[in-house]
Design a protein around this ligand. Sequence first.
Ligand code: NAD
Length: 387
Amino acid sequence: MPDDVKSLTVGVPRETYPGERRVALIPAAVSALNKAKLNVVIETEAGVQAGFADADYAAAGGQVIASRGEVFATADVILQVRGAGANRLHARADFDLLRPGQLLIGLCDPFAEPVLMSELATRNVSSFALELLPRITRAQSMDVLSSQASLAGYKAVVLAASGLPRMFPMMMTAAGTIAAAKVFVIGAGVAGLQAIATARRMGAVVRATDVRSAAKENVLSLGARFIDMGVEDAPGVGGYAKGMDAGFYQRQQAALAPTIAESDVIITTAAVPGKKAPILISADAVRSMSPGSLVVDLAAEQGGNCELTKPGETVIENGVSVIGCVNLPSTVPYHASQMFSRNVTSFLLLLVQDGRLAINREDEIVQGTLVTAGGQVVHPKVRELLG
Ligand code: NAD
């Protein structure tokens, strides 16, 4: 094919999930895709809330289109931050715009919404759910869960610092000595490690724990203390934790209670893929904290790590605020979009050769993320969920 021929068209509609401010592709990525012989069409104002103007997309070589319907009608591949199950309220409106043979790439929450995925299959739309990326070295540049989780970890600390009636750093002043805030991070994965690093940079004394003993080294390397819960190691597959029984979590609650009671800020990130988040902080444990303390629960969308958590709300119990965080990456939409865009571009380029789709179904990354293809739900776990 001659160099100037672009064949595949990539479409970026505006996100429609309530409160979602991110955009799947930023202008810098448009030029990268153009170089790979792909056209890019963008719905007008798709990037505005993230800080990217229509004019920036046009200047980068994209075509800005006023009608959402036309973006879907023109594109061969649709890129969304939240597609299908990850946009459960408005997904079906987009399904009516999708065409047979089209490809959808984005967060899709397929395990929570398998029926929506089967509707995509019925419409003969192929879909890749980015949250299913295998956590292998080759997929690191595509790993949207990691990029967005690290932003959530950062923002959780910023929220805590602005809500706490204390300072984070220790200060020795003529007006007396101010003790550093005590921050406890439960779950030292991607979000937790970023939270530890951010809280340390702000001068807090940081402690952290995890059920994967492998996380201990990471915690120590960031200058935090590791709290040993005295429970068995619980590593699962792919770097994740495995689900444990109720007795295990009760033992954990008891082991964590003393550290919880003396913390000013607790940031919880403990999650087990495909399962409800474990309750690690009981209502009684919240009541044991000093008034003015904070629990920032990053697992709120998976049910929460604190018994009192309500997603999207702040519950105040005995003067302690329990913040049920929802979609924190969207509160830093500029950098969240920049990172998502880099991830999704790397992923898309894996599927393209010489400006055309060339999907290798034997590739581990393709196999892990492909949910629908050829009019069928092809992902084994989603098939299982559909019975
Ligand atoms: P996650 O969001 O599923 O969980 C967050 C953390 O909570 C994990 O560290 C988990 O062990 C911990 N946790 C679960 N149950 C717990 C409990 N009951 N008590 C305390 N902690 C609990 O996981 P994540 O942050 O997305 O990733 C976890 C790990 O995966 C990373 O730390 C890393 O080692 C690995 N990873 C590898 C790659 C790669 O190689 N490409 C990319 C990203 C992450």
